[in-house]
Design a protein around this ligand. Sequence first.
Ligand code: ACO
Length: 394
Amino acid sequence: MARYSHIVGWGMYVPERVVTNDDLAKIVDTSDEWIRTRTGIRERHIVDKPNESTSTLAVRAARAALDKAGLPPSALDMIIVATSSPDHLFPATACIVQDALGATRAGAYDLSAACSGFVYGMAMAHGLIVSGQADTVMVIGAETLSRLVDWSDRNTCVLFGDGAGAIIMQAREEPGGFLASVLGADGSGANLLTLPAGGSKLPASVETVRNGDHYIKMDGRAVFRFATRVMAEATREVVEKAGLTLDDVELIIPHQANTRIIDSSVIKQLKFPKERVFVNLDRYGNTSTASIPIALTEAVEQGRLNPGDHVVFVGFGAGLTWAAALIQWGMPAPPLPTWKRWWYRFWYPWSRLLSAYRRLRRRVFAAWLGTKERSQEELESLRERTRRGTEDRS
Ligand code: ACO
């Protein structure tokens, strides 16, 4: 029996604090007029509480997507978090999200493909579903890039915003859903958009902090040229791959980086009608991996998608990477009965309690093990086994 992967849930979350262009003009040499005309951005949402991070935004978006799909977290087989601003280098932000949701049956991993990451994640989810390895996969794009930009660098700090968007993809028998994808990379442009320090190549040190190497560095003009080319090419390719033409596409949801990039790629080069291109970057700025799922959520809420519609998601980002996917929108899930909604709400505090219990149990066990001294014989046998293992290998 053929398996198709459909989007059955969607949700978004942005932090409360809004930073306008005029606010930025107070801290760097810029103006509302420059930012609006060069990027299309008017304002962005920024985390301003110490306990907010990429995972906390991701969890809010994920819960909204589960609500929309009418599914409990236990239904998830896999959680993929696409992000360039993870909570930590490791563990994966996806694992933190998995624990916070109480998605105890789900595997979880992070995906790093910069702003193209969400569409890469959709393609991975589709692969897992059609190959039968998973039935229900959550894909999240979440960022707190405000924590990684240099707030004294006007070339970058005006561009980015924080936020998260999530979708749930699920196996279905009805044809439709995810129809085609195009994923690409060109690492020769890795230096054009990078966060140089903090990895194994340039570990964090007093020196890297002094040089500001822990902030985003970007050659804006080169990224601009690359973006306008690949957004048009990837869109054209994915439509062809699905056996369709641009006339069959009801909506394009591009990565929300800059209205000029969107205008000169999909609108001018492909001659695609402007009114069928979804843009909301004026209110959120460039939220990187979160921009496409946030835009999708708003597009659905505004009634821009009907069952049977074809929609293209297309993005580009650091790497350099690019990605496009073509989806045939399906039937919305029937609304959840009230008792189920309440039951699912109860799930989150309950799973927090369970998680706290698991932590406590681990701590008690570690303390108990720490007090138990190994006997001399045990140590001798351990040494012997290690020595024999080394000899066998050599
Ligand atoms: N306010 C005022 N002036 C500014 C600002 C600012 N915020 N930023 C730059 N300028 C100045 C520059 O210093 C330059 O001055 P100069 O001519 O005296 O040197 C002038 O404005 C023009 O600079 P350009 O770089 O040519 O401006 P451009 O029209 O290319 O716009 C921008 C810059 C908005 C960054 C554009 O190049 C762009 O959008 N590039 C793509 C960036 C992007 O999308 N990055 C995200 C990728 S996705 C990801 O993976 C995170």
